[in-house]
Design a protein around this ligand. Sequence first.
Ligand code: AMP
Length: 220
Amino acid sequence: MGSSDPRLVLLGRQGAGKGTQSTRLAEHYGVMHVSTGDMFRTQAAQGTAFGLEAKRYMDAGELVPDEIVVGVIEESMVPGGPLGGGFVLDGFPRTLHQARELDRVISGDPLDLVIDLDVPREIVFDRIAGRRVCESCQRVYHVNLPPEKDWTCDTCGGDVRQRDDDTEEAVERRLELYERETVPIVQYYRALGLLILVDGVGEGDEVFERLVKVCVEQLS
Ligand code: AMP
């Protein structure tokens, strides 16, 4: 597959900027941005049984069980489905089991690149504490960089607020789970020759330039 329609995965700790950067990368390449966290939040906001169940795990900083997550992704990946072409996966896979299931689901058309967006643990705490998210379109802001008008999203006019799972305990738990469940995926993709580490510290534009540069080099 060429760089015009890439299939990418972005890994990184919560608060590393995955959401913002994967949205930008998807726009840049004109492919789907797929965030399992966004899917769960949308379902929870709609009050579906499935969304409310996912929310219980999310608010506690726990991972949603693999079988639920894989089921959701599998539905989107079928040939001719929304993820039949290029995509940027954000927040999936998060466990080794999910990574293997992803391989199975997309076996005929494998991933092009897995980017580990690296931001040290100490820095992500500050970022998450100041993070504010649009409830409607999920656009991410920061208390130091708010929307232009009174916590109303610049993109869609939705309410911008703190996520329910951005409490200190939940963040601690998510970071712990990242080390335990998600770091092994980094080794898995490294062994497959798909992994590249990108420094995620710095201004958003600067990090985005680094990401595009890496994609251009690796996907050509
Ligand atoms: P995110 O928006 O990616 O930070 O995800 C928010 C929350 O959704 C996580 O803390 C998990 O509770 C849940 N979640 C999202 N993606 C996954 C996944 N691939 N596996 C398990 N839980 C997930």
